[in-house]
Design a protein around this ligand. Structure first.
Ligand code: ADP
Ligand code: MG
Length: 398
């Protein structure tokens, strides 16, 4: 179901209104408390500037880290407020809490087009518990709601779901709108053929994604550590490779259901130990030596995958092809990243979802060449699994 977007709100809807915007400012800090990567803050700017440009009073709320309902000084959003104010080129009113009298006063003092940043929402246990009383207090300082924190949209928290019961309208921010357009679009109405690439370490963490994608896609390419469970299901010897014995039967039934849609690698790079300096060699998947473990897909498999991807309308990738954290075993992942970047240039819609997959694409330096890089790890997986995300469901339908 398409959701109403902040872009549908006009100056008449927004001018002078207090807008509570759930953002994802969960940025990494170093030991001295300085922000080491401000990508998430910059990603929220379009929505914030859209609102300030239309005369709204913007109230930003975010979590940072896992303070578990306690005030933890090292998880305060003070450095975020400073960085945000630099990026916006205007002062940001930083509140010391996210609810209560002080916050109410600070917000009452906002002029049209001004921005306030609340303190870490997770300093209150009511946030993660989705306590109605907490949500009501959060909402009490606002008129309407914008959710632009895709990374937490799969959680029903006070600021992602609870507040929507007290505010109206409830709309998607520009970031969430883009996530839905690409991820939901790829599942519901993809430009075909749709080729999915799934990798990562375990079958168990990707069952839902594989099952959904299998139904929707034209081809499913599988790499990463999970291939060895499929090989075991085919009766192959897998040496010391990662295998989930309790998922062998499932792998078998998935292959039967897939009726040839699933493509597995034909060769793998095996190592004598799980280490960056391991001895390595490429072998056919029928000749994995005893005691060796597969840590990457081989050059022949890369070619097979590239052929399968060639000319596809949509390519969606979740999960690295190998242990890309070790340079020696990053070759397959890097090759697929380059192939997808090249395909984007020829008109393929390329979508990358999943924390490690996105990290791999960024490491290769081709992130800008993809159609869409999802900002949500767990949330993008759940969307690809076809699940309804509570933070999205709670928004008004378009
Ligand atoms: P994502 O975060 O993109 O969803 P996952 O978390 O499922 O991806 O998987 C990423 C992890 O899978 C990486 O840490 C990588 O080292 C691991 N991995 C990939 N191939 C193998 C392999 N052959 N053996 C063991 N681990 C692997
Ligand atoms: Mg991961």
């Amino acid at each position: 179901m398409a959701k109403k977007s902040v872009a549908n709100l006009t100056e008449a809807d927004l001018s002078g209104k207090r807008v509570f915007v759930r953002v994802d400012f969960n940025v990494p800090l170093n030991e001295s408390g300085a922000i080491t990567d401000d990508t998430r803050i910059r990603a929220a700017l379009p929505t914030i500037q859209y609102l300030t440009g239309k005369g709204a009073k913007v109230i930003l709320g975010s979590h940072m880290g896992r303070p578990k309902g306690q005030v933890v000084d090292s998880m305060r959003l003070t450095p975020v407020a400073a960085r945000l104010s630099e990026l916006l080129g205007q002062a940001v009113v930083k509140c010391d809490d996210c609810i209560g009298e002080g916050v109410a006063q600070a917000i009452a003092g906002l002029a049209n087009g001004q921005v306030a940043l609340l303190e870490n929402l997770r300093f209150h246990a009511g946030e993660e518990k989705n306590d109605p009383e907490f949500a009501k207090q959060l909402a009490s300082n606002a008129d309407l709601y914008v959710n632009d924190a895709f990374g937490t949209a799969h959680r029903a928290h006070g600021s992602t779901e609870g507040v929507t019961h007290y505010l109206s309208p409830n709309v998607a921010g520009l970031l969430i709108e883009k996530e839905l357009q690409f991820l939901q679009g790829a599942i519901e109405a993809p430009k075909r053929p749709l080729v999915a690439i799934v990798g990562g370490s375990k079958v168990s963490s990707k069952i839902g994604v594989i099952e959904t994608l299998l139904e929707k896609c034209d081809k499913l390419l599988i790499g990463g550590g999970m291939i060895f469970t499929f090989y075991k299901a085919q009766g192959k010897a897998v040496g010391a490779s990662l295998v989930e014995d309790d998922k062998v039967e499932l792998a078998k039934s998935l292959m039967e259901k897939a009726q040839g849609k699933i493509l597995l690698p034909t060769d793998v790079v095996v190592a004598d130990k799980f280490a960056p300096d391991a001895a390595a060699k490429t072998v056919s998947v029928d000749e994995i030596p005893e005691g060796w473990m597969g840590l990457d897909i081989g050059a022949d498999s890369v070619k097979v995958f590239q052929d399968a991807l060639n000319g596809c309308g949509t390519a969606i990738w979740n999960g690295p092809m190998g242990v890309f954290e070790f340079d020696k075993f990053a070759v397959g992942t890097e090759a697929i990243a380059h192939s997808l970047a090249g395909l984007t240039a020829t008109g393929t819609v390329t979508i990358i979802g999943g924390g490690d997959s996105v990290a791999a694409v960024e490491k290769v330096g081709v992130a800008e060449k993809m159609s869409h890089i999802s900002t949500g790890g767990g949330a993008s997986l759940e969307l690809l699994e076809g699940k309804e995300l509570p933070g999205i469901v709670a928004l008004d339908n378009a």
